[in-house]
Design a protein around this ligand. Sequence first.
Ligand code: NAD
Length: 359
Amino acid sequence: MDGLAMKILITGNLGYVGPVVTEHLRCRFPDAELIGYDTGYFSAGLTGVDHLPEVALDAQIFGDVRDFDPRHLHGVDAVVQLAAISNDPISNLYEEVTADINARAVIDIADHARRAGVKDLIFASSCSMYGLADSGPRTEDAALNPLTPYARSKVAAEAALAHLAQRGFRVTALRFSTACGMSPRLRLDLVLNDFVACAVSGQPITVLSDGTPWRPLIHVRDMARAIEWALLRASNGVTQAHLPINVGCDEWNYQVRDLAERVAASVDGGTMSINPDAQPDRRSYRVDFARYRELAPDHQPQIDLSAAIAELDAGLRAMGFADEDFRHSTLMRIHHLGRLRESGRLDDQLRWTPQESSA
Ligand SMILES: NC(=O)c1ccc[n+]([C@@H]2O[C@H](COP(=O)([O-])OP(=O)(O)OC[C@H]3O[C@@H](n4cnc5c(N)ncnc54)[C@H](O)[C@@H]3O)[C@@H](O)[C@H]2O)c1
C-alpha cells in the first residue's frame, strides 16, 4: 500500500491528538479517504483555531466505540485507534468504563477489522505501561508494570491485539511518550502543557511531585508522523505482523523538575516551586527508543523541547490565555467530563443521554 489512495478510519479523532493526525495525514496523503469516528466528548473544545480541523476529513461518524457497527469498515485499508479514556485520574474514577473503551472496544474493532480485510491497525498505546521503571531505559521487551487502570487497559489491549495480528493483518502498537504541544483541541492535563500554562498565566510552575520522576515526552506533530510511518511501514520493508514500538527519542527522557526549570527559564516571568516533601510519584519511567530509531530513521521526532515550549507559549498567548485556575477548567479532560456528568448529558457509563435543546 503506497498510502496515496488508502481509506483510513481514525477513531478518537476529535480529541487532542486526532485533529493534528487528521491534518498531517491529509497533507501527506491528499488522495486518501479519511473517515473520523468519535463520540465527541471534547468536540466543542476548540482552541486557538478559526476553522474545524475536520474539514480535512471526507466524513465524520459520531458513534461510541462500544457500539461500533462493522459496516463502517467496508473498503477500509487501515484503522488508527486513538479513541480512549486518556489519562490516569479519569481511569481511576471510571475503571470499568476505561477497560470497556480502551481495551474491549479496541479488541472488538480489531477483530472486525481483521475479518473485513483491513491490512493495518495502528493502536495508540502508551509508555506509561512501564510504570515504575526509573532504574534504566526500558525496551519493548522489558517487563510491563502498569500502575493505573489506564495503563492496565493499554496492556490488556496490546496483549489481545498481539493474538489477532497475522500475515495480512498487521498491528502496530505505538507506545507513545507523553504528548505535548499545541492542538486545535488543546488539553492542559499533560505535564509540559501544564507547566507552560502556569507560566503564561503568571503563577509559579508548581510541581505536584518531588520533581524526580522520569517522563519521556513527544510533540503531538511527531506523534502524527509516527502514525504516518506505521501506515507505510510494510511498503518500506518493516513487515512484522505484530510490532510494539516505543515512540519518542532518548534525548527526551526528562525528569519533571528539569522540565519545570526549562519552562521557567524560557517563558517571560516564569518561576517554579517544588515541594521537596511531596510523595514521590510512583509513575516514573525511562524509555529506550532504539527500535524506533532503527526502523523509522526518516520519522524521528523533529520538534525539540525549546521549540515545543516556545510554540505553547505563543499559542496560549494568542488564545488570550490567562486563567490562573486552569487546573479546575475544562481544558483538563477530567473536569470537562465532570461537567458533562453534572449536567446529566453523560450517564455513569459515559454515554450521552437524550436532552431537549436548551437553546
Ligand atoms: N496525550 C498523550 O500524552 C498520550 C500519550 C500516549 C498515548 N496516548 C493515546 O493517544 C490517544 C489519543 O489521546 P488524546 O490525548 O488525543 O486523548 P483525548 O482525550 O484528547 O481524545 C480521546 C478521544 O477519544 C474519544 N473517545 C473516548 N471514548 C470514546 C468512545 N467510547 N467512543 C468513541 N470515541 C471515544 C473522545 O471523544 C476523544 O475525542 C489515546 O488512545 C491515548 O491513550 C496519548
